[in-house]
Design a binder for this molecule. Structure first.
Ligand code: NAD
Length: 285
């Protein structure tokens, strides 16, 4: 039966680290500050925002919220992002997505200054993830997967990792981070032939397909580490991309939904804001 890799202990350790680093900055007269930008009132955005505010404020990271109406013009949002780019008090910016239909998300994201892009949404940050240059920041969710592996003492070096999902938010950057730690990586997507067979090669199986319970027992290599990034509300119950009851008897370790990867994501966010504040004040490169 799989070991349950809960996010809470990893989150606690990361929060302690964030608090200590924020304290150090505050002692130097710098208040690490995150801007949260939301367009409209989507329930998912509000829920993520609440979690992010709680975590940031709990670790000494200040938060400023900026809210635009659902029908706001794209220029209103890009003007706001430019103001945030130029505001020296703000070190990081979280733009809640998806944006409403009238906006070109790619064009909007590109406006944010890469040094304030703490969630890896700009081409500059993603280039850093893909080249391994360390510039910018990886998306928080992809980084949260790596933090879970580290917390539970699993070294990806030399292991086979299979990532299901190729989005720029999770799948692709997670694959690059795994490769950066010397795993041999396969990326699967909607056109992958025989998904179960591919998945079964993975010592690490990272599910980020956005499909409730896509991953069954037949997808899991016996003893594999299964990182379930998906989060879905099905009949009022939260579930992941993995059918946990089927996968647990086969896997070596599995992250629960809720309470797995998602619990670590906001800690990574707080740490990225702190790191951005340190970089912008010449305290690290
Ligand atoms: P997305 O829809 O943008 O991308 C899904 C990817 O999975 C696509 O690349 C697609 O090719 C692939 N895919 C879809 N169906 C597939 C199938 N049947 N077989 C193989 N590949 C398939 O989603 P996303 O933004 O990358 O998010 C993925 C999941 O992670 C979602 O459930 C989302 O809610 C969740 N998520 C969680 C967090 C968190 O903090 N836990 C953060 C962001 C996203």
């Amino acid at each position: 039966m799989a070991e349950l890799w809960r996010g809470a202990p990893a989150a606690e350790a990361l929060s302690l680290r964030a608090s200590a680093q924020a304290e150090e900055l505050r002692a130097a007269g710098i208040t690490p500050t995150l801007a949260i930008v939301r367009v409209g009132e989507r329930a998912e955005d509000l829920s993520y925002e609440r979690g992010a505010v709680r975590r940031c404020e709990g670790t000494g990271v200040a938060v400023e919220r900026f809210v635009l109406a659902q029908d706001a013009a794209q220029e209103e949002l890009t003007d706001l992002l430019r103001r945030i780019n130029g505001d020296r008090r703000i070190h990081g910016c979280l733009l809640l997505r998806p944006l409403p239909r009238q906006m070109d998300e790619k064009a909007v994201c590109a406006v944010l200054a890469p040094e304030k892009d703490i969630d890896g949404i700009t081409p500059g940050s993603l280039a850093g993830v893909f080249t391994g240059s360390g510039a910018g920041f990886p998306p928080c969710t992809a980084q949260a997967c790596m933090e879970l592996l580290a917390h539970y003492g699993f070294d990806p070096a030399g292991k086979r990792a299979v990532v299901v999902g190729r989005s720029l938010v999770v799948g692709r950057p997670a694959a690059m981070l795994l490769m950066g730690q010397n795993a041999t990586v396969t990326i699967c997507h909607t056109k992958t032939a025989n998904l179960a067979e591919e998945c079964r090669r993975g010592d690490i199986l990272l599910a980020a397909a956005g499909q409730p319970e896509l991953i069954k027992a037949e997808h899991v290599r016996p003893g594999a580490v299964v990182l379930d990034v998906g989060i879905h509300s099905v009949d009022g119950k939260l579930t992941g991309d993995v059918e946990s009851a089927a996968a647990e008897p086969v896997a070596g370790a599995i992250t629960p939904v809720p309470g797995g990867v998602g619990a670590v994501t906001t800690c990574v966010l707080a740490l990225h804001v702190i790191q951005a504040a340190r970089r912008q004040n010449g305290l690290e490169t």
